[in-house]
Design a protein around this ligand. Structure first.
Ligand SMILES: Cc1cc2nc3c(=O)[nH]c(=O)nc-3n(C[C@H](O)[C@H](O)[C@H](O)COP(=O)(O)OP(=O)(O)OC[C@H]3O[C@@H](n4cnc5c(N)ncnc54)[C@H](O)[C@@H]3O)c2cc1C
Ligand code: SF4
Length: 479
């Protein structure tokens, strides 16, 4: 199955890199939760130095190669590009990032080296998803001895098992986990914390613990017929694609996907690519209320995915033990904002396969099993300091989906990285360098396409960084 986003040819990358204005205090950097120094890496591509570009990217974001493929760049770095203000096409940052990281991956070039000296301190990381890998890579580069405990057979979390196959191949995710191992991090797969090893064991054997458990199974709808064999959770469906040969994946002719978020779009587009004849997304609210990104919605429409808005599932139609349709009721939003079903509006949508994309369960129970005194909010996620990931238990830090409720890969990596800095400060009293462009402190050097040549003092940059992170914390979840 071909990637939806094509790589750039070398000449195309060179031309695109030369369009960049290399802004000082560039908004594209602040829009990236991992603070990649975008103008610096693009300038290196323009200079023909792809290895230097990849180093810049990977130092800031160890999952730079997968983020280049799956990040919602149109609303993050590319969405912030100053070229929008000139009514010009923003720089294709995501594809340039892919160009640089592919360059080193394809040639087996290692741009990051483990630090020469360890600091003698040990940190346990629970979960090898983007949050855990982001935290571990940062800690390893600061000189820590890091062990990741992962309950699955393979590392990578949803990057290995959950991202739509046409966006990211699991092999790349595994190669990224190897990059983290190359920094000296040990990954112990097949070990479930809370079952095979306790939180107390980790507290005894390590100086600090980072929890990056992600979210749980898909939510249930709780309506009749839900156990029929052709009704799957979208995540389970995508996982099948990652773990079986494509020709063995069962796909219906008429697929209904339930949900209005990005996962629903992924499941629908994935079904089209596997050969479904008709794919319909059913969403209980209106088009305007969908949480999926606009650009993802447009892609699905281009893929001939149908949409049925304001329709809520009531029951699945069972014919001889197989799904034959879904009973729906039409809805409208009352003035109070509450969703109401319109009396007598029932209809049946015929289908032979259903994919549920209605969110994942929170991990409150397992978090409490690992650390019984860990503070969990009413929303089911761990309560933490938004900048450092510190929890109410000293030396326990948290980040990624299990703390933010489910956002994007780049948020998880950024939060893992911020927690690494929090752990470093907690254990040593020293501050690690700021994740965003520390080299740009003081008087600006070099040309600035934005015309911003004023000096920025360290505390101002830090305030900007904090504001950017705080704004990010108020952002929406994946839904
Ligand atoms: C279907 C789907 C599609 C998505 N598509 C995109 C996309 O296109 N772009 C994007 O940016 N984001 C996407 N996301 C969101 C993204 O995948 C997550 O935000 C990101 O993976 C969160 O990283 P994490 O490390 O917090 O959690 P996870 O990736 O879930 O990793 C958590 C890890 O912890 C392990 N673990 C859990 N409990 C234990 C335990 N007790 N002991 C040991 N290990 C444990 C798990 O096995 C897992 O490996 C998607 C999400 C879904 C569900
Ligand atoms: S033009 Fe400025 S904002 Fe756009 S990518 Fe280049 S540095 Fe970033």
């Amino acid at each position: 199955m071909a990637d939806i986003q094509l790589p750039m040819r070398p000449m195309e990358a060179h031309v695109e890199a030369n369009r960049c204005l290399y802004c000082f205090d560039a908004p594209c950097i602040h829009a990236c939760p991992t603070g990649i120094d975008v103008p610096a890496f693009i300038r290196k591509i323009a200079d023909g130095n792809e290895i230097g570009a990849a180093k810049k990217i990977l130092e800031a974001n160890i999952l730079g190669a997968s983020c280049a493929r799956i990040c919602p760049t149109k609303v993050l770095c590319e969405g912030a590009c100053v070229l929008h203000d000139r009514d010009e096409k923003p720089i294709e940052i995501g594809r340039l990032q892919r160009h640089a990281t592919d360059f080193v991956n394809e040639r087996g070039i290692h741009v990051l080296k483990p630090p020469q000296k360890k600091n003698g301190k040990r940190v346990a990381v629970v979960g090898s998803g983007p949050a855990g890998l982001g935290c571990a890579a940062e800690l390893a580069q600061l000189g820590y001895e890091v062990t990741i405990f992962e309950k699955s057979k393979l590392p990578g979390g949803l990057n290995t098992y959950g991202i739509a196959y046409y966006k990211l191949k699991p092999q790349l995710s595994l190669e990224e986990a190897e990059l983290v191992q190359d920094l000296g991090v040990e990954i112990r797969c097949g070990v479930e914390v809370g079952r095979d090893i306790s939180g107390a064991d980790l507290q005894r054997d390590f100086n600090a613990v980072f929890l990056g458990l992600g979210l749980g199974n898909g939510n249930q709808l709780g309506i009749p017929g839900e156990k029929l064999p052709e009704i799957l959770d979208a995540l389970e469906f995508i996982e099948q694609i990652h773990t079986n040969p494509l020709h063995q994946i069962p796909i219906g002719n008429q697929v209904v996907v339930i949900g209005g978020g990005n996962t629903a779009i992924d499941a629908a587009m994935q079904s089209v690519r596997l050969g479904a004849k008709r794919v319909t997304i059913v969403y209980r609210r209106s088009e305007a209320e969908m949480s999926a990104y606009e650009f993802e919605f447009e892609k699905a429409k281009n893929d001939s995915v149908h949409f049925l808005f304001n329709a809520v599932p009531i029951a699945f139609v069972d014919v001889e033990g197989h799904v034959a349709g879904i009973r729906l009721g039409r809805t409208h939003t009352a003035k109070s904002g509450k969703l109401e079903m319109i009396a007598g509006s029932e209809l049946t949508e015929e289908c032979d396969m259903i994919l549920k994309a209605v969110g994942q369960e929170k991990q409150a129970d397992i978090l409490r099993t690992i650390f019984p005194s860990l503070q969990i909010g009413a929303d089911g996620v761990a309560v933490r300091d938004s900048l450092t990931g510190a929890t109410n238990i000293a030396h326990v830090f948290v980040g990624g989906d299990c703390a933010n409720g489910g956002r994007e890969v780049v948020n998880a990596v950024g939060e893992g990285k911020n927690a690494a800095h929090g752990i470093h400060t907690f254990l040593t009293g020293e501050r690690a360098s700021l994740p965003t462009q520390p080299s740009r402190l003081g008087v600006a050097s070099g040309a600035s396409g934005c015309g911003l040549h004023h000096p920025i003092r360290a505390h101002e940059l830090e305030e900007q960084w904090k504001r950017a992170r705080a704004a990010e914390d108020g952002g929406v979840t994946r839904g």
